[in-house]
Design a protein around this ligand. Sequence first.
Ligand SMILES: C=C(OP(=O)(O)O)C(=O)O
Ligand SMILES: [Mg+2]
Length: 541
Amino acid sequence: MSERVLHGIGVSPGRAYGPVVPLATGSVAEPGTEPAAEPDAEVARLAPAIDRVVAELERRAEAASGSAAEVLSMTAMMAGDPTLLKHATERVRGAGRGAERAIWEAAEGFAESLKASGGYFAERAADLYDVRNRVVAELRGVPQPGIPTLTEPAVLTAHDLAPADTATLDASKVLALVTAEGGPTSHTAILARSLGIPAVVACAGITEVAAGERLLVDGETGEARTGVAAEDVPNTTQLSTVEFSGALVGTVSLAANVGEPTGARTAGEVGARNVGLLRTEFLFEGRQTAPTEDEQAAAYDEVLSVFPDGRVVIRTLDVGADKPLAFVPLDPSPNPALGVRGLRIALADPELLDVQLAAIARVAAGYSGELWTMAPMVATPEEARWFAERARGHGLRNVGVMIEVPAAALHAERILAEVDFVSIGTNDLAQYTFAADRQSAGVAALNDPWQPALLSLISTVGAAGRTTGKPVGVCGEAAADPLLAAVLVGLGVTSLSMTPRALPAVGAKLSELDEPACARIAAAALAAGTAEGARTAARGA
Ligand SMILES: C=C(OP(=O)(O)O)C(=O)O
Ligand SMILES: [Mg+2]
């Protein structure tokens, strides 16, 4: 077992160790150029094969959610683009190609022009090759390519991953992804980050690593190492629970994001002792009437019982025109992210909020830990005061708001004068800062939490926390990136809440660092001009 280090670009943080399963997806044999005997018959085969591919991709999009669904819908649109069929048809009629060869060449032509455009467009070429391979498989009457069902946890390696494959990965079995192609804004990278799977792209030589060989992958440094014996694997990759010893972690509280009671149990199993964000939408969605105070109290109690001595931050309802509820009358908004959502619903009709606050106050009274309550989508100090008065009126203490609108970040100090704490939602703060829909893969690079402008706003909020002596949390996806977590601490953030599976890696990273180190790393990232530059500068510092 020789030790070899392969270098790529780390695009989704975390370390993993396990056996390699190479993917042969995409390796559809190239069709020959022999002339078609009956051009009309060949042309007639094209449209139905393309339609079946579009249908399959749409089916997968419906089964997926979030950015995975978005990516799959985009690929389905690419497949259904009439120009693809038109160019393939021309190749049958003009050059006498068979249907398989015709679609192959038509897709190749498009892929070449995408590659020539560079950047984001070049990375879409992988999507187009996936479409091509699927259509060829359909024409041959064989199953469309896809990821095999994994029987044990494995590191998946591939030349490149098709979005349709990445989107349907079983995150519980895939330890890490390593591809020879791709870039930081490729779909593989976007989806791996959203699934919390460590990933390395542009890793030359990875396809030569044999099936079954053990690979140690670092999604932050971009290293993939072969020949490492299990007993030599650094501790962090073996952590199954949140354990850390360093001084810094003691001063920064780490917590889990939870979206429902089963999520609370999973968080408890990996050792989380606090919940920094309990999303309460699960109680309200898919029903005809609002949940009663009793129903809500029972659900909150179930979550609290997993963290008897911890701190749980409950966020009040955060829905809007994008996720309408049967019992909340809302005007259909042409631009739902900018419409009536989050606290704005409560401002228009406080009844729903009052029932929720009453339920929270009831469980707070019997809870042995600390229960904090916060409101989403707050834009002004006035709104923060309105919420705080209402929550305190129900007897709640520790009342805060989320900072996810740039206006709130800019006036964080005035907001902190009204409430006991704030928690930064970096997912929405990025979306509103860059005017870039967080659901849209097409603008994912702008929603990169390393963007220096986003870091500037977080720094304003961190400074406000230091001035007022009040806690500043981060509960967006940014907190789950170990190096970025260090930046956030350096910017003045005092608690980090994240998907439970990220806790061991973030805990391990912070335990290596002290406050001056975090401050240095943060200063380096803040001074950078681009997200990539901020990553590189932070790593260097
Ligand atoms: C944590 C956040 O809230 P959500 O993802 O639920 O909008 C956020 O916006 O960063
Ligand atoms: Mg949000």
